[in-house]
Design a protein around this ligand. Structure first.
Ligand code: SAM
Ligand code: SF4
Length: 355
C-alpha cells in the first residue's frame, strides 16, 4: 500500500481494537480540570502563500522525511478519538497543498456520527475551488477561510502572492458545495485596519461569519510585531460607533467571543489573546505535521508523539504521551506585545501548529 494513503476499510479491524480501548481509556483532562475534546492537527507546514505576519518569504520548511504519513496522521487522530476527542480541525501550513489530503478527510469522515462529531479545516482558500465538493462528500460541514483583505494589490503585498481571485473563487465554491464558511482576518495596524468594516460587511452579505484575530508573536517574520499589532478592544470600539453590536452567548467551543452586528444581521467573532485572556476555557491540543504535540499555542511545552507512534508499543506509548501532555499543559499563554524589538515569544511559526 502507498505509504501516504490512510488505512482502507479492509484494515478496519485495527480501528475496532482502538475503539474497544476507548471504552476504558480515560478522557483527556489536564491539571487545571480542563477537558480536552478538540484536536487541531497540522498535516504540513508548507504553504503556497507567505503571509507577512506568519512567515518570512524565505521560509525554511521541515524536512519531508520528518513529516508523518497520512496513515500515521490517521492513527494519531484515532488515538485522540479513543481518549474522547470529538472535534478535529485539519490545518497547516496550508492543508490543501498536501498531496492526497482528501484521502485523510475521507478516512476520518467515516467516523463522523460514530465517535467523531465534527471534522473541519482551516485553509487559505487558494485550492478550495478544486476540493470543496470532495470535502463536502467526506463529511466536512464547516470551513474556516483566512481572508485579511479584499483589495487585490494589498492581498498580493500581504501574502506575497497575487492569489486573491483564487481565494474568492474557493470561498464561492465552498458555499456552492454547501459548506458553512467562516472568514478569519488577522487585524493588522496599517494594513487592513481601515478596511475591516468593509470586510465584515462583505462577509455578512455573503452569509459568512467573520472572526477577527489579534496577531501573535510567533516566529521571526522580518517585520516588527508591534507595528503589526492592532488591539481588538480598539477595533470593537470603532465598530460600535458605526454599528450596533449585540453580545451573543453563541460559541463554537473556541476562544472567540461573538457579537451580532444588527445592521448586517451577521455574526462577528473576536479572538483576543492580548486584550482578553481566554485560556481558562481551553479545550484543545495541537499536533504538528511531524507529530509534535504542543499543549499550548503560546508555550514551548512539547511532547513527541511521532516517537510514540513509531515505537514497539504505539498504543501504550501514545496514551502515556497524551498523559504527559495533560500534565504539562500550562494554565495560560505568556504572549506579550509590549516591547519594540523583542524576540518572538516562541521561535516556531504559526504555520507549524496551524493557529
Ligand atoms: N494556511 C491556513 C490559513 O491561512 O488559514 C491554515 C494555517 S494558518 C497558520 C491558521 C490561521 O493562523 C490563519 O487564520 C492565519 O491568519 C493565522 N495566523 C498566522 N500567523 C499568525 C500570527 N502570527 N498571529 C495570529 N494569527 C496568525
Ligand atoms: Fe500560509 Fe496560512 Fe501562514 Fe498565510 S497564514 S502563510 S496561508 S500558513
Amino acid at each position: 500500500m502507498n505509504d501516504n494513503v490512510p488505512r482502507p476499510p479492509s484494515r478496519q479491524p485495527d480501528l475496532i481494537v482502538l475503539r474497544d480501548a476507548a471504552d476504558s481509556a480515560p478522557p483527556l483532562v489536564d491539571s487545571f480540570q480542563r477537558r480536552i475534546t478538540y484536536l487541531r492537527l497540522s498535516v504540513t507546514d508548507r504553504c503556497d502563500l507567505r503571509c507577512s505576519y506568519c512567515m518570512p518569504e524565505r521560509m525554511t520548511f521541515l524536512p519531508k522525511k520528518d513529516v508523518l504519513s497520512l496513515e500515521e496522521l490517521y492513527d494519531l487522530a484515532t488515538g485522540f478519538i479513543a481518549r474522547g476527542v470529538t472535534k478535529i480541525r485539519i490545518t497547516g501550513g496550508e492543508p490543501l497543498v498536501r498531496r492526497d489530503i482528501i484521502d485523510l478527510f475521507t478516512a476520518l469522515g467515516r467516523r463522523l456520527g460514530h465517535d467523531l462529531a465534527e471534522l473541519t479545516l482551516t485553509t487559505n482558500g487558494t485550492q478550495l475551488a478544486a476540493h470543496a465538493d470532495a470535502l463536502a462528500r467526506a463529511g466536512v460541514r464547516r470551513v474556516n477561510v483566512s481572508l485579511d483583505t479584499l483589495d487585490r494589490a494589498k492581498f498580493a503585498q500581504l501574502t506575497r502572492r497575487d492569489s486573491l481571485p483564487q481565494v474568492l473563487e474557493g470561498i464561492a465554491a465552498a458555499k456552492a458545495a454547501g459548506l458553512k464558511v467562516k472568514l478569519n482576518a488577522v487585524a493588522l495596524k496599517g494594513v487592513n485596519a481601515d478596511e475591516l468594516p468593509d470586510l465584515i460587511a462583505w462577509g455578512h452579505s455573503h452569509g459568512h461569519d467573520v472572526t477577527l484575530i489579534e496577531v501573535m508573536p510567533l516566529g521571526d517574520v522580518e517585520e516588527e510585531r508591534l507595528d503589526q499589532y492592532l488591539p481588538l478592544d480598539a477595533v470593537e470600539a470603532a465598530l460600535a460607533q458605526r454599528w450596533t453590536l449585540n453580545p451573543l452567548a453563541f460559541s463554537t467551543g473556541g476562544p472567540a467571543r461573538y457579537v451580532e452586528v444588527a445592521e448586517t444581521g451577521g455574526r462577528l467573532g473576536l479572538i483576543t489573546p492580548h486584550t482578553n485572556n481566554f485560556c481558562s476555557g481551553c479545550n484543545r491540543l495541537r499536533v504538528t505535521a511531524t507529530g509534535q504535540l504542543y499543549p499550548c499555542l503560546g508555550g514551548g511545552e512539547r511532547v513527541d508523539l511521532r516517537a510514540a507512534l513509531r515505537s514497539d508499543a504505539p498504543e501504550a506509548n501514545l496514551a502515556a504521551a497524551l498523559d504527559e501532555a495533560l500534565r504539562i499543559k500550562p494554565e495560560k499563554h505568556h504572549f506579550r506585545m509590549d516591547t519594540r524589538g523583542a524576540d518572538p515569544a516562541l521561535a516556531r511559526h504559526m504555520s507549524m501548529t496551524g493557529g
